[in-house]
Design a protein around this ligand. Structure first.
Ligand code: BES
Ligand code: MN
Ligand code: MN
Length: 462
C-alpha cells in the first residue's frame, strides 16, 4: 500500500502528462480521415507498454486497425491476468458543442470533480481508463511488486464493433491463455460509492431503408396518392413499442432472463436518486417499460432505440417534396440469453413484414454481440472487492450496466475465462458526448486499486 501511494505521488505529474499526450492524438476508428492517427496511437501504446516493463510487445496487424499485444511472463506456475482495453475513440461530433477542443485536453474543476477532470475525447472511454493499467504495470515492475504474469491486449476497433479482434482471439487462444481478464471500460455508481460491473448488455445494430417512388416527387402533385417513405418509416418505427413501452417484435422477449424478486430487491438497494437523475439530464419525467424501475430499464431489460433518422429535405427554408427514400439506424440492447443474431433476424423479418404495399424495405445488419453476466463469488470478483475495500474503505456494490462491450462474451466463449470489469468512470463523464471528461482523482484511484487486484488475485489463486 505504502509503496503504491508513494510511487504515485512521486510520478503524479508525469502520469498526467503522458495521458494528456495520448489524448491529443485523434484516434477515431469510425472515420477514415483519422486512419493515420489510429495507427500512430498503436505505436504510442506499444512504447508505453515497453517502458512500463513488458518483456515483449508487438503490434499485431489486422485487416483493420492493429492490436497491441504485450506481456511479462516470469513464472508459469503463477496466475496470468489478461488486461483488455481500447485505444480508439468515438468521433467528437458535434464539435461546436465542446467548450474546449476535443483533442486539446484541459483540466478543469467541476462540481463532481473538485480535484479537476481532464476534458478530451477518449479521456474516460477508454484511453484514460486503459492507461491506468499501463501506469499500474509500471508501478508494479518499478517497485518490484508484480505478483503474477500479465498480458495486455489493447485494440483499436472497439467503437466500431471489434470485428478483427474477434478473429484475432479465435486464432490466438494459446497466446491469450489467462486466468482472469481485467477491463476498465465501464463506470462506477458515484465517487464515494465504488462498484464492480457484473453485467453488460448485448447489442444488435441495424440500418433500415424504406423506398417509395423511384424519384423525389412534388408533394402537391403526388401528395396523398402515394406512400411517403418518411411517413411510413416513422409509423413503422412507432409501432415497434406498445402502450406499455414493450417491444412488439414477436419472439423478442422469449429468451429474456427474468430476475427473481429477491435479485430485484438486491438491485434496488444500490443508492440512486431519481430526482438527481432527472436533473442531471434535464428531463422532468422518466419514460420506459411499464413495471420496471429506471435502473432495471437501463440494465436488465432489453431496448429498441432509433439512433438516427433521415430523408427528404432538411436544408434552409421549405421545399415541397415527397422523398423517394427514408432511413434510420436502430440499436437494440439485449440482455443475457437473447442471441444477438437471432434478434437481428427477428427484427428483419418483422420489419419487412409490417411494411405496407407501396414501399420496399431493406434491413442491413451492422454489428452486434452478446450480453454478459458474471458471478460475484469468483476469485476474480473477490480479489476486486478486496482491492476496492482497501482504497475506498468500503465494499464495492455489484452493478449491472446498460452499456455493451460485445467482445467480453466472446472472451468467455473462446478463452474460457471470466472478466472482471473495474470501471472508474461516472455516468456524468459524458462518454460519447461533447465535453467527455475523466476525473483526475478517478485516474489515480484506478492506478492505486489495480495493483491490489493483482495482489489479491494471486493470493486467492493459491
Ligand atoms: N466503454 C463503452 C461501453 C460501456 C460504457 C459499458 C459504460 C458500460 C458502461 C464502449 O466503448 C462502448 O461504447 N460500447 C458500445 C458498443 C460498441 C459495439 C460500439 C456501446 O455500448 O454503445
Ligand atoms: Mn469503451
Ligand atoms: Mn465507447
Amino acid at each position: 500500500m505504502q509503496h503504491i501511494q508513494s510511487y504515485i505521488k512521486e510520478h503524479k505529474d508525469r502520469f498526467l502528462t503522458e495521458l494528456i499526450d495520448l489524448l491529443k492524438i485523434p484516434s477515431v476508428s469510425a472515420d477514415p480521415a483519422y486512419k493515420d492517427n489510429v495507427f500512430q496511437t498503436a505505436d504510442v501504446i506499444k512504447d508505453s507498454l515497453l517502458k512500463a516493463g513488458c518483456d515483449h510487445v508487438e503490434i499485431c496487424e489486422t485487416e483493420g486497425f492493429p492490436i497491441v499485444y504485450g506481456e511479462k511472463i516470469f513464472d508459469k506456475s503463477l496466475p496470468t491476468i489478461l488486461v483488455y482495453g481500447h485505444y480508439d475513440v468515438q468521433p467528437a461530433d458535434p464539435v461546436e458543442l465542446w467548450d474546449s477542443p476535443p483533442y486539446e485536453p484541459v483540466i478543469k474543476k467541476t462540481e463532481i470533480h473538485p480535484e479537476g477532470a481532464i476534458f478530451a475525447r477518449g479521456a474516460c472511454d477508454d484511453k484514460g481508463q486503459m492507461y491506468m493499467h499501463v501506469k499500474a504495470m509500471e508501478l508494479m515492475t518499478k517497485t518490484n511488486q508484480l505478483p503474477c504474469n500479465v498480458k495486455f491486449m489493447i485494440e483499436g476497433e472497439e467503437e466500431v464493433g471489434s470485428v478483427n479482434l474477434s478473429k484475432f482471439v479465435k486464432a490466438n487462444q494459446e497466446k491469450l491463455k489467462n486466468d482472469v481478464i481485467l477491463i476498465s471500460d465501464t463506470g462506477m455508481i458515484a465517487q464515494d460509492v465504488p462498484s464492480i460491473t457484473t453485467g453488460l448488455r448485448g447489442l444488435s445494430y441495424v440500418e433500415v431503408e424504406v423506398t417509395g417512388p423511384n424519384r423525389d416527387l412534388h408533394s402537391g402533385l403526388y401528395g396523398g396518392a402515394v406512400a411517403n417513405p418518411i411517413n411510413i418509416l416513422t409509423k413503422m418505427i412507432a409501432s415497434l413499442h406498445d402502450e406499455n413501452n414493450r417491444i412488439t417484435i414477436p419472439g423478442f422477449y422469449d429468451k429474456v432472463e427474468d430476475l427473481s424478486d429477491a435479485e430485484r430487491a438486491e438491485m434496488a438497494k444500490a443508492p440512486f436518486s431519481l430526482e438527481d437523475y432527472k436533473k442531471s439530464i434535464g428531463i422532468d419525467a422518466v419514460y420506459g417499460e411499464k413495471g420496471y424501475t429506471t435502473n432495471e430499464r437501463n440494465s436488465i431489460r432489453p431496448t429498441l432505440d432509433v439512433n438516427g433518422i433521415w430523408g427528404g429535405y432538411i436544408g434552409e427554408g421549405a421545399k415541397t417534396v415527397i422523398a423517394s427514400k427514408a432511413f434510420a439506424k436502430i440499436s437494440m440492447r439485449l440482455v443475457p440469453n437473447q442471441e444477438w443474431e437471432e434478434i437481428t433476424d427477428l427484427f428483419k423479418k418483422y420489419f419487412e413484414n409490417i411494411a405496407p404495399a407501396g414501399v420496399k424495405v431493406k434491413v442491413t445488419p451492422h454489428h452486434g454481440g452478446q450480453g454478459y453476466v458474471t458471478p460475484i463469488d469468483s476469485i476474480g470478483y473477490k480479489a476486486a472487492s478486496k482491492a476496492y475495500h482497501d482504497t475506498f474503505g468500503k465494499n464495492p456494490i455489484p452493478q449491472r450496466s446498460g452499456g455493451s462491450i460485445p467482445i467480453v462474451s466472446l472472451f468467455e466463449q473462446e478463452l474460457k475465462s471470466k472478466t472482471i470489469l473495474m470501471g472508474f468512470g461516472l455516468d456524468s463523464d459524458a462518454i460519447h458526448s461533447p465535453n467527455e471528461h475523466f476525473g483526475v482523482w478517478n485516474y489515480f484511484k484506478g492506478i492505486e486499486t489495480i495493483p491490489l487486484f493483482y495482489k489479491y488475485f494471486t493470493e486467492l489463486s493459491k
